[in-house]
Design a protein around this ligand. Structure first.
Ligand SMILES: Cc1ncc(COP(=O)(O)O)c(C=O)c1O
Length: 393
């Protein structure tokens, strides 16, 4: 592998980290590293094979353990998050389940933010309970609720800040401090901010996970995940959960992610601007009861946002004071928004959860918007027309 010189190690600029690859003579000066699309790596002699087997966490022997293309991406992501090591996975959920399973055992207790990504909570409720691990879900916007939920057997605080439907933050330094006091670990899903706008390891969090599928990949054409943290915690994952659960990232996916990563700082800057422009516009509309975006001064945790984050993503939610039918008409009038679950690509997306039959008349309708790289003025013009349309109904 390429080893970094002192100048490269010292470089903290994200723009430089994502684009600069040191010259590597083993690849004929190729600008993009060729993809090592191999399951197995072989050795010329029995002795060199035995030496590698004795140190199999670091050698390239079999792609379920280590692969050079994946390793290159892992090193890049670790540097961006300010972590010692990173390991990539086949999906964000594979990264989340591997991280959580690596830190708990039967009899342990987890405190999880109640607005965390649904499948992460399902992992705790549907699988971990079968192995004797119990979870308490708390309102993460209140540090007091988190502290009150601590039990003598609490081993993990599972955080997602901000959460990706209501956009509530947790006070990360306080959560990290609490976990240290009680001998528990902290894991955070940092997908919304990306490594560009929030670096939780520097705030004392133990492990960061991302769905690489979103901003890092950035083009809605792949699924992947990553865990980033200290060498000590990753060492255990490398030797156990990574190879035994086996949810690894493919080398070809790693090369694709690397390509997206080159423009991550540029995309994030533009997406942040576009997201805020549309969010600010929505605040001026009569049919909008609330805009949930922590980058807006109206957000109840805006001060915490400024304190622990450098910026934000372009995913937020809006609460419309309209009927469900009007909300559907509004959504379908938006020319630039396809309807779908994901986010983080170049294209705007809208997700309106299915309304439960017992939704009370007069209740606001919650819609999640992902603002892509289209011109925000086009989006705003179109949204304004869509509001005018439902006002006439
Ligand atoms: C906040 C968040 N975390 C994790 C995930 C899971 O990622 P993946 O779909 O890559 O498994 C998602 C997916 O939508 C997400 O929105």
């Amino acid at each position: 592998m390429v080893t970094l010189n002192e100048h490269e190690k010292a470089s903290r600029s994200t723009e430089t980290i994502v684009v600069h690859d040191a010259q590597d003579d083993r690849h004929y000066g190729a600008v993009a590293m060729p993809i090592y699309q191999n399951s197995v790596f072989t050795f010329p002699t029995q002795q060199s094979f035995e030496e590698a087997m004795l140190d199999n966490r670091d050698h390239f022997m079999y792609t379920r353990g280590n692969n050079p293309s994946v390793r290159q991406l892992e090193e890049r992501l670790a540097r961006l998050e300010g972590g010692e090591q990173a390991r990539c996975f086949a999906s964000g959920m594979a990264a989340i389940s591997t991280a959580v399973i690596s830190l708990v055992r039967s009899g342990d207790h987890i405190i999880c933010v109640d607005q965390a990504y649904g499948p992460a909570k399902d992992l705790m409720t549907s699988i971990l309970t079968r192995f004797g691990v119990e979870t308490t879900y708390v309102n993460g916007a209140s540090f007091e609720r988190i502290a009150e939920a601590v039990k003598p057997n609490t081993k993990l605080l599972y955080l997602e800040s901000p959460t990706s439907m209501r956009f509530e933050l947790q006070d990360l330094p306080r959560c990290a401090e609490l976990a240290k006091q009680i001998g528990a670990y902290t894991v955070i899903d940092n997908t919304w901010a990306s490594p560009i706008y929030q670096n939780p390891l520097q705030l004392g969090i133990d492990l960061v996970v991302h769905s690489v599928t979103k901003y890092i990949g950035g083009h809605s054409d792949l699924v992947g995940g990553v865990i980033i943290g200290s060498k000590q915690l990753l060492h255990k994952i490398n030797g156990c959960e990574l190879v035994l659960l086996g949810g690894i990232m493919q080398p070809s996916t790693a090369a694709q992610v690397m390509r997206g990563l080159r423009t991550l700082p540029l995309r994030m800057e533009k997406l942040q601007q576009n997201g805020l422009a549309v969010a600010r516009f929505l605040e001026t509309e009569a049919s909008v009861a609330k805009v949930n975006h922590p980058g807006l001064p109206s957000h109840p945790q805006h001060e915490l946002f400024n304190r622990q984050m450098k910026g934000g993503g372009s995913l937020f939610s809006v609460e419309l004071a309209v009927t469900v039918d009007q909300a559907r008409t509004w959504a379908d009038s938006l020319e630039y928004f396809r309807k779908g679950f994901s986010w983080g690509g170049y294209e705007s997306l809208l997700y309106m959860p299915i309304q439960s039959p017992d939704t009370e008349a007069g209740e606001n309708v919650l819609i999640r918007l992902y603002i892509g790289l289209e011109d925000p003025e086009d989006i705003i013009r179109n949204m304004r027309d869509a509001f005018a349309r439902i006002a006439k109904k």
